[in-house]
Write a protein that binds this ligand. Structure first.
Ligand code: ADP
Ligand code: ZN
Ligand code: ZN
Length: 745
């Protein structure tokens, strides 16, 4: 009779590697698998190395042969890093985005924790030993006044004092401490910091807090609805123009959540653009706040993470990845500017949407979530229409001017100077004469998008991309905005030696043109070149707000987060890029941009004006925006999407591939398509080369999957992706799956 022992029980561990499965290990020495808590870190062997992984499952039987099973080296944490709801969110993320759990978890952890540092902040603690408590100790110290002083201080605190506290009381304590330690009267301990000590990232609460204003009736209603949902899941869309008082609603809801002893997670698109919101949270709420964003140093990130996890920081305000912040008593999530595309991770790793994950997290944690925007995304509007979300509308406040007047300027019908039409220049003169400020919006930085030879037609190309180089005149450079390549700005054509000239407009050129047309004014340029640091941005903002600069030329940066109370005229230089793009979302983005820029117009009590230059004033989308506002536009555009089964009416996934040679990327995708299970519910489109096929020396191609229904798409992906990864062609390309892509060019 065969006597086969059952397979041994194992830990299943997520490791930061591009492998979809978990890794199996025997429990570390001295532990039974069930003693190792889920969500703790373990050190495990991996080939000849050791790496750190997170325990996702324990107790199941090994699926690999007993001979190849290895034992985990050691358990790092006594307590899980993530609580059960956050573990569920991480699992959900890996599953929904079909991404390796180890990589998802790595993205949620500060580097220091991936490298094995303790999950809780540690402090250096000093205390008196038993030997120190004997009467002889005191006698011995009579002739050492420094040591005695320190000794007395510690003798009064049997639990000990931290080095920070000692330094605050006795400036030169350390020397005395060492002397006392060598006499055996003091001991030094390494202890877990209590939450309030463990959160240096959480700035101290201001002594005097700003008072809350009395809420308008719409705000009161919004706060009451959100508050009534406490302790259960509900998704609210707080819709209101810039300045209508959305942040005030966030603040007052947060105050109530904090009063209950819970904490609040606030997501913002970009931290550099939201200093005002951070300032208001700090000035109004008596709770430590931690900020999490990509510009933090490793040490700052670790401190912020630890303070959130220890419940020391009670408000976490952060960008995309803060959706994974460990917050044990989370009571409310706010997603400000929920339509913003920066919530979608689109450059590397797991392509998640922090906005969507925030909703999932709120559902799993049974708490309310507030999605704020003046221009909700189409997905969100669809969720409102199907009653999954609840709408809370904030009308303009009585002391706010009316919505600005929008008008289209037909570029074909007027004289145009360097991209600026006569009616626009006339309007600028009138507004400046009346003491207003003017904002000129153009979606392109640099001097000009093209450098052209007037003799042979040569256009300066990027050598690594299918793209033209942008002229940056002040820096005397040509730059590629896609791969970052930089070249010296040539004076002559590189092909025939004739004169070259910049063609088209960027912010730098518009600034120059306006300086020429409006002598006496110093136009101020606001883009990623002039505001590359928060400090620069702050200086520019100050110049605008103080009125020192009366003409502002800016890119998207100006659509985000700032109030410019003095601006009475907004000019959108060119709306047409968004009208004829290959990308089905381009029109939505165009309308959001126009409405968001327009939201910066309108002085205290006087109505603002917005002029949109276009060669297609009769375009139905522009017309619906003009007559019906964002809502009218969205209704029209959503009908088009419904007819074409585009999201939010259908579901998309995009398999992207890139390779040093165009053929390899396309061959891989064709092979992937050939092995896809055939179903009536999912359509495969492609493969095709990307609109910009060559970027940074690699060729990009893509295969689009489209389905009416989410379930069918995910079932197909579950079945198909392992086979795709195993294709021999897969080894010659980089490939990534993008679920719910926001950009399908
Ligand atoms: P949003 O977040 O929608 O842009 P804010 O909450 O920032 O709007 O409000 C805009 C301005 O109006 C802020 O200066 C804010 O302090 C003020 N404000 C908001 N609500 C009220 C209110 N109920 N009473 C007085 N001032 C308010
Ligand atoms: Zn030439
Ligand atoms: Zn390039």
């Amino acid at each position: 009779m065969d006597n086969i022992a059952p397979a041994p029980a194992v830990l299943r561990v997520a490791i930061d590697m591009p492998r979809p499965t978990l890794f199996e290990y025997l429990a570390p020495p001295g532990f039974d698998v069930l003693d190792v808590p889920l969500g703790t870190r373990v050190r495990v062997p991996m080939g000849t190395r050791e790496c750190i992984g997170l325990v996702m499952e324990h107790g199941g039987r090994a699926s690999i042969s007993a001979g190849s099973l290895r034992r985990a080296h050691a358990l790092i944490d006594a307590e899980p890093l993530f609580d059960a709801p956050l573990m569920r969110l991480l699992r959900w993320t890996a599953q929904y985005y079909h991404h390796p759990a180890g990589e998802v978890i790595a993205a949620a952890l500060p580097r220091a924790l991936r490298e094995g540092l303790p999950a809780a902040a540690r402090i250096e603690l000093w205390r008196v030993t038993a030997a120190g408590l004997t009467p002889s100790a005191r006698t011995a110290l009579q002739r050492a006044p420094r040591q005695r002083e320190l000794f007395e201080l510690l003798a009064a605190q049997p639990a000990g004092l931290s080095s920070d506290r000692l330094a605050a009381s006795l400036p030169s304590w350390r020397e005395a401490a060492r002397a006392l330690q060598s006499r055996g009267y003091l001991e030094r301990l390494d202890a877990e910091a209590p939450p309030e000590v463990g959160c240096p990232a959480a700035l101290p609460v201001s002594a005097s807090l700003d008072a809350a204003p009395a809420l308008s009736s719409a705000q009161t209603e919004a706060v009451a609805s959100i508050e009534a949902a406490a302790g259960s899941f509900a998704a609210f869309v707080l819709q209101g123009a810039t300045g209508s008082g959305k942040s005030e609603v966030y603040l007052q809801c947060a105050a109530r959540v904090l009063d209950r002893g819970q904490s609040v997670l606030v997501l913002v698109p970009e931290i550099a653009l939201t200093p005002q919101l951070i300032g208001r949270f700090r000035a109004r709420l008596a709770a430590p706040l931690a900020v999490m964003h990509s510009a933090l140093s490793d040490a700052e990130r670790l401190a912020a993470w630890r303070s959130a996890r220890s419940h020391g920081a009670r408000i976490v305000l952060g960008t995309r990845s803060a959706v994974f912040a460990p917050m044990p008593h989370l009571g409310l999530i706010v997603v400000d500017e929920e339509h913003d595309s920066s919530y979608k991770q689109h450059d590397s790793g797991c392509r998640y949407s922090a906005r969507d994950l925030a909703v999932v997290r709120a559902g799993q944690s049974q708490i309310p979530i507030v999605l704020g925007s003046a221009t909700p995304s189409f997905e969100t509007l669809h969720n409102l229409a199907s009653a999954r979300y609840r709408r809370l509308v904030l009308p303009r406040r009585p002391d706010q001017p009316e919505a600005p007047r929008l008008a289209l300027i037909d570029l074909r019908a007027h004289a145009v100077t360097q991209g600026l039409s006569t009616p626009v220049l006339d309007a600028m003169r009138a507004h400046l004469a009346a003491g207003g400020q003017v904002l000129v919006f153009i979606n392109r930085r640099g001097y000009a998008p093209t450098l052209l030879c007037t003799a042979c037609g040569w256009i300066a190309p990027c050598s690594a991309c299918d793209a033209r180089l942008t002229v940056h005149r002040a820096a005397a450079q040509l730059r590629c905005h896609h791969c970052g390549a930089v070249e010296v700005l040539p004076q002559r054509c590189l092909r025939c030696g004739f004169t070259v000239k910049p063609v088209g407009q960027g912010t730098e050129r518009v600034e120059e043109t306006l300086a020429g047309l409006f002598p006496g004014e110093t136009p101020l340029r606001l883009d990623r070149d002039t505001a590359s640091s928060p400090a620069e941005l702050d200086t520019l903002m100050h110049a605008v707000r103080s009125g020192a600069a009366r003409i502002l030329v800016g890119t998207q940066i100006v659509t985000k987060g700032h109030h410019f109370p003095g601006i009475s005229l907004v000019v959108v230089l060119n709306a047409d890029q968004g009208l004829f793009s290959m990308d089905f979302r381009a029109a939505e983005r165009l309308a959001q941009t126009i409405v968001q820029v327009a939201g910066r117009a309108g002085r205290e009590r006087s109505r603002g004006e917005v002029l949109i230059q276009t060669e297609y004033p009769e375009h139905p989308l522009l017309q619906s925006l003009l007559t019906g506002g964002y809502e009218g536009f969205a209704a029209a555009a959503l009908r088009e999407r419904a007819a074409a089964h585009w999201p939010p009416f259908g579901r998309l996934a995009l398999l992207r591939a890139s390779a040093p040679h165009a053929a390899a990327a396309l061959e891989f995708l064709a092979a992937a398509r050939a092995i896809a299970p055939v179903t009536a519910e999912v359509r495969l489109l492609g493969p095709v080369a990307a609109v910009m096929a060559r970027r940074a020396g690699r060729y990009y191609a893509q295969l689009l999957l489209e389905s009416r229904e989410r379930g069918a798409l995910h079932r197909l992906l579950d079945q198909w992706l392992p086979a795709v990864a195993a294709l021999p062609q897969a080894r010659r390309v980089r490939h990534v799956l993008d679920i719910d892509p926001i950009d399908i060019q």
